[in-house]
Design a protein around this ligand. Sequence first.
Ligand SMILES: O=C(O)c1ccccc1NCC(=O)[C@H](O)[C@H](O)COP(=O)(O)O
Length: 274
Amino acid sequence: MSTTVLDSIIDGVRADLDTRRAATPLARIRDLAAETTAQRPAADVCARLDGRDTVGLIAEIKRSSPSKGALADIPEPADLARSYEAAGATAISVLTEQRRFGGSLHDLDRVRTAVDIPLLRKDFTVEEYQIYEARAHGADIVLLIVAALTDAQLAEHLQLTHELGMRALVEAHSADELERALATDARLIGVNARNLKTLDLDLDGAAALLPTIPGDRFAIGESAVLKKAHVETYARHGADAVLVGEALVTDGDPEATARDFLSVPAQTDERRNR
Ligand SMILES: O=C(O)c1ccccc1NCC(=O)[C@H](O)[C@H](O)COP(=O)(O)O
């Protein structure tokens, strides 16, 4: 079987995870997660998504990507995070994968010190260790990518996420993956326009899957938003929020662009009965 982009990203993630685990064993990271929760319980992003008239925004801190290479320097992620919060972002996504995205847990720490809104640790979660780690570093949400996990792993990771008081964004790319995502009890369901195996983008294809997400879940349109019209496409198909990286980090005025995206009306009628 040929190796996909996602497979090779995950190989690197596992190698880096082994290094961190050697320095901070599981028992210690569990304790650190509990200490963080004692000081600051996880914030619930669902409360910020509920009942909105306009589309929510998960604004991403993204330095580089496998598809585009270097995007932005971002010398101080806390500054960018403050701009996102000032714009009214619903949550901030902090990419912590190092090899392909130039992120780190240090970025998550810096952002946590700067803002109060919910933080998504955006990484390729393959082991429970990373979920404890996310909480230890102040994240409120973790990403669970359906394509990277078996159904059993998805269920176990989701259960631990909930035990730690966090939410999971369960991400699908195709109708089959969406079916698997909806079989879980996750409240945040993302449809990613980027095929993580080939890196092809298909905004319309992703948007077309959103109407199948029932109203008791929050539907998140992920990737491929470069302008307001793209947010409108996701919104027309029932997105409660969009997750945007490139358009914000490459923009000279991320706060103004985030405000612009946040002004798009949400489709409120039949998605309201949560
Ligand atoms: O961004 C990539 O090239 C990428 C490649 C392989 C796996 C994941 C990738 N991105 C993660 C994301 O899902 C995006 O960072 C996020 O949805 C924002 O996307 P965009 O607004 O298109 O930068």
